[in-house]
Structures are given as C-alpha cells and as structure tokens.
Ligand binder design. Structure first.
Ligand code: GLP
Length: 261
C-alpha cells in the first residue's frame, strides 16, 4: 500500500484526479469504479472542473458503482444511482448508459448480482476503483464478517452503518434501508488500481486497521493489504493513529512528482 498524507481534501481530490485524468488520456475507454459517499466528492469536483476546462473527457469511459440500497424507489434522491449521477456522472460527458450500478429493485437478486459481475468482466475489468471506508471498516457495503473472497451479493447493513448514513435520511435511522447490494471484497480486489480516500478523525480507527492491522473479516478493508496496487489518500486526522505516519510522509516527499500514484 502506498500511504499519502495530505493537508486537506482539495489536495486529495487533485492528486486522485491527476491519476484518473492520466488513465483516461492513455486509455480513453477506461473502466472506472465509482464510489458514493462524502469521501470521493473532492475527486468528482476536481474532475468536473477539469472537464469544464476541456482538460479531460469521459466520452468513451465506462463506470461501475460499488453498491446500492435495496428497496428504495427509483426516484428516491438517496439511491446510490441518483447520488452518483448528481455528484459526478451528470457533470461530465459519459455516454448514456455508460455507468452502471447494482439494481436495488431487482426481483431475482442472485441472478442480477451474477450478471453484474459478468458485466464488469465483459467491460475488461475495473482499471481504477475509487473507494471510501466506513467507520466500521467496510468498503463498498462489505460489513464486518464479510467473506474476504465475496462477490456482488445482498448484505444486511449493521446498525452502526445505518446510524452513520441516517444523515442522508433526515437523521432518521429507521428510514435507512436495512439491506443493500454490494460488490464483494473479491470483486473490489479484481480492480487494477484501488484509490481509497479517508478524511476526518472519525475514520482514524478504521484507517489504523486498514493499513497496519491484521487482515481480518472483522475489518473488511484490510483485505486490500493483499492487493498489489493500492493508494490510500488521507488527511492528518484520518492518519492520526498510524504508527508509521512519519515514514509514510518521508517516503512520499522523496517520491518524484512525475511518478504520480
Ligand atoms: C457508505 C458507502 C461506502 C462509503 C462509506 C463511507 O455507507 N456504502 O461506499 O465509502 O460508507 O462514506 P463516507 O465517505 O460518506 O464517509
């Protein structure tokens, strides 16, 4: 894992956008793995600004989102499909239908999940996966106890995740769906490059386990320690419990800027 500790979310957004811009330039039909949540917003804002400035185009790119609530009506503003369109997809020039996501209204859920896995493979696999991490250590919605080899499937949300996400549902925990569809940990591990963003003190414990803890289903993000190309972008608060923070800072400072992440 490469750990990069940056001063603020704008710096994180800019560095991740550099990697995505460079990917799309060398591979215009790149496949992006898109995450919802507050963590990637600075990346999407930066990419939207670069698109508006004519620096980058997603006209041939494809995207797959990570997860979706089960049972929310299609026009609900908090479906992850609607959120990713508002936060990113509709601000740039993706072709219609180029960004797909799990269907939380699928009637045959196992068949839908298998087809979703097949669609990712048929697209050539994810080139760059953007990730956040939950306070419980989940990536996507792979809650503690998830199989480290899991594929897209239905999951039950933990109480803590529903409390964390109640802010998007008027503060009402009971309005947060109880189930979700999520790419599995094995699905995420198949991406070629994973860029995980975490900011704020509430993420410090999950980041501590993610980077320096034992690999365990109890902290599902720890599976990424087995991935050959993971970049973890942190602010100082999220990095505050890392034992080797000074080492990560020195290492990144000594890295030539042209290398990127
Ligand atoms: C959510 C999503 C994850 C996201 C995480 C952190 O519940 N399912 O994909 O990465 O929790 O969210 P945030 O970035 O808003 O803190």
């Amino acid at each position: 894992m490469e750990i990069v500790i940056l001063p603020d979310t704008a710096a994180i957004g800019s560095l991740a956008a550099d990697a995505i811009e460079s990917l799309v330039q060398r591979k215009p039909d790149a496949v992006l793995g898109l995450a919802t949540g507050s963590s990637p917003l600075a990346i999407y804002d930066e990419l939207a600004a670069r698109y508006a400035a004519g620096r980058v185009s997603f006209a041939q790119a494809r995207g797959f989102t990570l997860d979706e609530y089960v049972g929310l009506p299609a026009d609900h503003p908090e479906t992850y499909r609607n959120v990713i369109h508002k936060d990113f997809v509709d601000r740039v020039d993706f072709a219609p239908g180029a960004v797909r996501g799990p269907d939380g209204l699928a009637t045959d859920i196992p068949a839908f999940c298998a087809a979703y896995e097949d669609a990712i493979v048929a697209a050539g696999g994810v080139d760059l996966q953007i990730l956040g991490i939950g306070t419980v250590g989940h990536i996507g919605f792979n809650e503690p106890g998830s199989s480290l080899a899991s594929r897209t499937r239905i999951k039950t949300l933990t109480r803590q995740t529903r409390i964390d996400n109640a802010r998007f549902f008027g503060g009402d925990v009971d309005a947060v769906p109880t189930h979700c569809l999520t790419q599995g940990l094995g699905t995420i591990m198949s991406a070629r490059h994973v860029v995980l963003v975490a900011t704020g003190p509430q993420k410090a414990e999950a980041v501590h386990h993610l980077v320096e803890g034992a690999v365990s289903a109890l902290w599902p993000g720890t599976i990424l320690q087995h991935h050959p190309h993971v970049t973890v972008l942190l602010d100082g608060a999220a990095a505050s419990r890392l034992q080797l923070a000074d080492y990560y800072r020195e290492t990144y400072q000594a890295k030539p800027a042209w290398q990127g992440i």
